[in-house]
Design a protein around this ligand. Structure first.
Ligand SMILES: [Zn+2]
Ligand SMILES: [Zn+2]
Length: 372
């Protein structure tokens, strides 16, 4: 049979892009069906009452149909058919257990849950915002969406969202356990009584001072660097690269940054607003987004500022630790922001960090000597 494309490699027309998208879309649809069938285990309790079920079913249907269709296209285009066939098989497996019309499973008592819904929604939201942004205004136009290392970074994105119950608990519990002695009810009442916008600004400053200190420690203390160098092993920068964070890195950074917010007792709406802001900003600063933000970058951390933090060039090593406010690096003498220009290479020179996610998870605990 005459092939439509040349059927090899990963270029447009080879069937690779349609194959990867087929697997991704079918897996998202399949994940949605599993959430319908086992909501007590796979969905976030707080989100359950908020879901508009007809819209959820419509979305699942769209993903399964797209996954199946792209799988067929990939099989037609590509000599190696594993990707397309995997997408087709996932879509069919989802259809076999009810597809978009699968019945909503009964609720059961469960001490824990996995945030599969949280992962799927965030993946959709971030991909919808950042993929077009990076395609339209790229810093590196030649860097494809599916660049080297993307499956590892998607693994990080998936695990940190699916384990949301665990990471939230490990973020908030240590502050309450270890710093209850520092709480002053009068101070907390005064803090929480301020206008929300003032509290939000104070949270950004307080959290970023803590993030700066913790981040600097992660670079300076060898056994902490073992965990943080995973984040710096990324050789391509885009919205997904920021997810490459070891679980120990996530829990320690968030847990310690939460201490001042806990002690000061900010109102919940201000904390939630910060959570939304930090999850967007932390992704944004890694993005492959080349628009000139020089008017902004003295006040707020921009992709160019944080890309320099990831630079492999010696002059930028151990610089730009702040997540939100470059002024913190200026004060503490760790700012590196030339007038213009971007790093030419990212990552760690002579890095021994292995690539797949499971290997990176155990890597900090191995006996290998710590090198930069
Ligand atoms: Zn770092
Ligand atoms: Zn980073």
């Amino acid at each position: 049979m005459q092939r439509l494309g040349h059927g090899i490699g990963t270029k447009f027309g080879s069937g690779w892009i349609s194959g990867v998208l087929s697997v991704a879309f079918a897996a998202i649809g399949y994940g949605g069906v599993l959430c319908l069938l086992f909501p007590w285990l796979l969905t976030t309790p707080d989100a359950r009452p908020l879901y508009p079920l007809p819209l959820v079913r419509l979305l699942i249907h769209a993903f399964l149909v797209a996954g199946f269709g792209l799988g067929v296209l990939s099989v037609l285009l590509r000599r190696r058919r594993a990707l397309g066939l995997t997408g087709i098989a996932l879509a069919l497996a989802a259809a076999l257990v009810g597809g978009a019309q699968a019945p909503v499973g009964a609720m059961r008592e469960s001490p824990g849950y996995l945030g599969v819904d949280w992962f799927l929604l965030n993946l959709l939201l971030f991909a919808l915002v950042f993929v077009p942004m990076e395609r339209l205004f790229p810093r590196r136009a030649e860097q494809p969406i599916f660049r080297a290392g993307w499956p590892t970074d998607l693994g990080y994105f998936a695990v940190s969202h699916v384990l949301v119950q665990l990471t939230v608990l490990l973020t908030m519990a240590p502050a309450a356990l270890l710093f209850a002695w520092a709480v002053r009810p009068g101070l907390q009442a005064a803090v929480a009584a301020q206008p929300l916008i003032v509290q939000f600004a104070e949270i950004v400053v307080g959290a970023d001072l803590a993030e700066y200190a913790v981040h600097r420690l992660f670079h300076a203390v060898p056994w902490l660097w073992r965990f943080h160098r995973i984040h710096h092993s990324a050789r391509a920068m885009d919205w997904l690269a920021g997810s490459r964070l070891h679980l120990v890195d996530i829990v320690l950074t968030r847990g310690l940054s939460f201490v001042p917010l806990y002690v000061l007792g900010f109102a919940a709406p201000a904390l939630y607003a910060y959570l939304v802001f930090v999850s967007f900003h932390a992704v944004f600063i890694h993005a492959n987004f080349g628009v000139d933000l020089s008017g902004l970058e003295r006040a707020f951390v921009t992709p160019r500022f944080h890309h320099w933090h990831h630079s492999a060039q010696p002059e930028a090593v151990d610089k730009n630790f702040a997540v939100h406010l470059p002024v913190i690096d200026r004060i503490f003498g760790t700012l590196y922001l030339p007038e213009r220009g971007w790093p030419t290479a990212y990552g760690i020179a002579h890095s021994a960090v292995p690539e797949p996610y499971p290997a990176q998870l155990v890597f900090p605990f191995t006996r290998l000597p710590v090198t930069r």
